[in-house]
Design a binder for this molecule. Structure first.
Ligand code: DLL
Length: 432
């Protein structure tokens, strides 16, 4: 099922022609309306007219989060404020927030792109969609809300938090699709169990999850607990919010809305494209945005471009799940470690709950990492011997996967903090 089949299944040559025309108009727009871009292009001796093919994109300068901060709040807007009808911001984990704006047309585009993703994830106008993202400056709730309304679904703006109430609403209002972060979906499943509400009491069929990395193992866990088909969708506020890419029912990678975004994958050190299919950092250029166009934005998200057609008929390229961020990468004892690697190992071990946290300390010159893992009740009521065996198994498997030794601590169910938005997996107490 497609929302805009003529666009989503476009002939590839036609798509490239469209991308080039839109790229040229975006470059003209930023060159004439945003002093920041004009200065950068001038410094490199490039004018928009020099870009005659999509390959010329590689000659353009990158834009970074620091550039957004330096131009806080409205310095990168390409239209006067009277044309801006919406403002969002991302708080990020460090530093000043970054502010983004939308014209009326941008909101229309955004809603359509999210409608594509919801449709690909199974949602139709017959669905009742519960949005369990926080409504506010975060783009997640409003983006998915507008997309679901665009389709004609019945939208419940439940917002985040108050999980027992969410479940009550889900049951009473006969919600058929849940929209949230994957970690929140797990918490919903867990809370249902505690409330004694079986999956059969709900009408849920689909889950559309995004805004943070998750694994296929986590998908299976969520699908089992909630009795749904779960799809992944990706986006970031600097580029538009949700709506950049999303999985279809084949779940073989996320379809990129390529008629609106040009996606490159680069080596984050050498800053050159990696060979097709290899993992690197996503760099995204917006092609149709009016208020806040973006040229070669370095996302710091790690993914790869997947070749070949998808049985669903969409023709654009797909990207693999985002496994983490270049700046999510921990360096422990000199070794690169991603939280997603730890998650994968824990999901394979019976008796552990899918909740974990990594705590890193520095003792003298040495890093010490402890992985706190919630253990199921049966383990806690068991003898010490079984607990020790489990710690040992986890430690060995982690050492094998990560290439370094880490401490493992079992904690009781529900000891680790739960997040209603993006999960916090890492506590780094090192003063580096
Ligand atoms: O999280 C937009 C969004 C909302 C996407 C709802 C999907 C659903 P930001 O708050 O600006 O925007 O955070 C963007 O979150 O650079 C990634 O690191 C991460 N991220 C977003 N979606 C995924 C995903 C929204 N599906 C940052 N998988 C991005 C992995 C994701 N990471």
């Amino acid at each position: 099922m497609h929302w805009e089949p003529d666009k989503e299944c476009m002939d590839l040559e036609e798509l490239e022609q469209l991308q080039l025309e839109q790229l040229q108009s975006t470059l003209n727009r930023v060159y004439s309306h945003v002093p920041f871009y004009r200065k950068k292009f001038d410094a490199l001796g490039i004018t928009p007219e020099d870009v005659g093919s999509l390959d010329d994109l590689a000659r353009l300068p990158f834009t970074t989060k620091a550039d957004l901060r330096d131009n806080y709040p409205y310095g990168l807007f390409a239209v006067p404020m009277r044309e801006v009808v919406r403002i969002h911001a991302s708080s990020g984990t460090t530093g000043a927030p970054t502010v983004v704006g939308y014209t009326r047309n941008d909101i229309r585009t955004w809603s359509n792109l999210v409608a594509r993703i919801l449709t690909a994830g199974g949602v139709t106008k017959d669905d009742v969609v519960q949005i369990a993202f926080g409504y506010g400056l975060f783009t997640g709730a409003f983006g998915l809300h507008y997309g679901a309304e665009r389709i004609g679904a019945s939208v419940i703006p439940a917002s985040s938090g108050n999980t027992t109430r969410q479940i009550q609403i889900m049951k009473d209002f006969k919600t058929t699709a849940l929209v949230s972060t994957p970690s929140y979906a797990l918490l919903v499943g867990e809370t249902m169990q505690e409330m004694g509400i079986p999956v059969s009491a709900l009408s849920l069929r689909y889950g559309l999850f995004g805004a943070e990395p998750w694994s296929d193992a986590m998908r299976q866990e969520i699908e089992g607990r909630l009795g749904i088909v779960a799809t992944d969708n990706y986006g970031l506020s600097e580029v538009i919010g949700p709506g950049v890419s999303g999985e279809c029912q084949e779940r073989q990678g996320l379809h990129i809305n390529e008629d609106h975004f040009l996606v490159e994958v680069i080596d984050p050190e050498k800053l050159r494209p990696v060979p097709p299919g290899e993992t690197g950092e996503l760099v995204i250029t917006s092609l149709t945005k009016e208020a806040f166009p973006m040229v070669r934005y370095r996302t710091h998200d790690l993914s790869s471009l997947l070749p070949g057609p998808c049985p669903c008929g969409r023709t654009g390229r797909r990207m693999s799940r985002v496994t983490g961020r270049t700046d999510d990468m921990l360096i422990i004892k000199g070794v690169n470690v991603f939280p997603s690697q730890i998650e994968r190992v824990l999901f394979e071990i019976e008796g552990t709950e899918p909740h974990y946290q990594i705590v890193i300390e520095r003792k003298g010159a040495m890093d010490e990492a402890t992985v706190m893992v919630e253990a199921g009740e049966s383990i806690f009521f068991d003898q010490m011997r079984r607990q020790r065996e489990m710690v040992d198994t986890i430690r060995k498997r982690l050492a094998h996967e990560l290439g370094i030794s880490v401490d493992v601590k079992l904690v009781e169910k529900k000891t680790l903090g739960r997040s209603e938005g993006k999960a916090k997996r890492v506590i780094d107490n090192r003063k580096l």
